[in-house]
Write a protein that binds this ligand. Sequence first.
Ligand SMILES: Cc1ncc(COP(=O)(O)O)c(C=O)c1O
Length: 363
Amino acid sequence: MTNKLFIPGPTEVRKEVLDELTHPQIGHRTKEFTELFGSLKPGLKKIFCTENDVLISTSSGSGFWEASIRSCVNEKVLHAVNGAFSKKWASVSERCGKKVERIIFDYGKAVKPEVIDDALSKGNFEVFCMVHNETPTGVMSDLDVISKVMEKHPNVLWFVDAVSSIGGIKIETDKLGIDICLASVQKAIALPAGIAAASISSRSYEKAKNVEGRGYYFDVLELKKYYDKDMTPYTPSIPHLYALKKQIERIEKEGLDNRFKRHKEMASFAREWAKKNGFEMFSEEGYHSDTVSCIINNKKDVDFKEIKRDMAKKGYSIDSGYREMNSKLEEEGKNPTFRIAHMGDLTLDEIKEYTAELEKYWS
Ligand SMILES: Cc1ncc(COP(=O)(O)O)c(C=O)c1O
């Protein structure tokens, strides 16, 4: 039996999308390919709310962490760190040989504008990087307020990891002025992992022209050269592109606004459900995510690791909290967390069915 995925990525992929992966193969230097690739552009731009290019890489989302840093930073980058993935991105920048400064927020807290403003005023940074939706903690930072800060620092590029938000949460890339907005497809876009997408502003391309050592695979200028010809520099995962085409059609059929609304409804149901069952949210009030709820397990006799094993026997693949974070919380004598993922193509009814099943473990 294959379990239905209720985890915060990879998410459940509907059968008609999975079926596209078996499409007969085509060469990547053919007319069929350029037609396929070109057909993806308008839909991706709508999902990212942008007129910028939305590049596709055959990698997971982390590939675009590396692409953005290697392509657009000569020396110095500022990272907001408020969770496991923003921490990792900062370390990737260091591994790429860049000078990194971190503004650290406690896990569970959002990125706050004042400290960023202060750091950018002092630091002579080329780029500011942050994660919009920290999947392990369920914290969604406010991009509107950060955007106001970035307006005060027009020479600094702004890169946003929207890995677990794009496709489920509206991010107005152009209105906000995000230079690189990057996403994995196996989260709210609900495709199998294997490709990633990122919107790139023209000033990011301009900056890249003056950066040495961009490499090849993740050089945004190399990707752009081929993007303009409806191609990729290398052989991409063509099955994923067929699946993406199908998924864009499905997303357009649902309507983007309806999709965002569905995510909000599922999120607010999950939060209410948590409260009704005597739990508290781990994420800071006012910054709860629309795609994943991180909840403190304050019930001493309820073990989500055991529940996870048992639920798997019933056909549900569920989350018992982000392992590294839970270990740290437990070491500190605090309660661990668990997450209700409500992203991608899951429906409110499916979330209701799954949470009703969970409740049986304590009621
Ligand atoms: C917020 C965030 N950023 C980055 C990543 C890494 O993405 P990928 O595994 O697609 O490289 C993840 C993965 O869960 C994530 O949740």
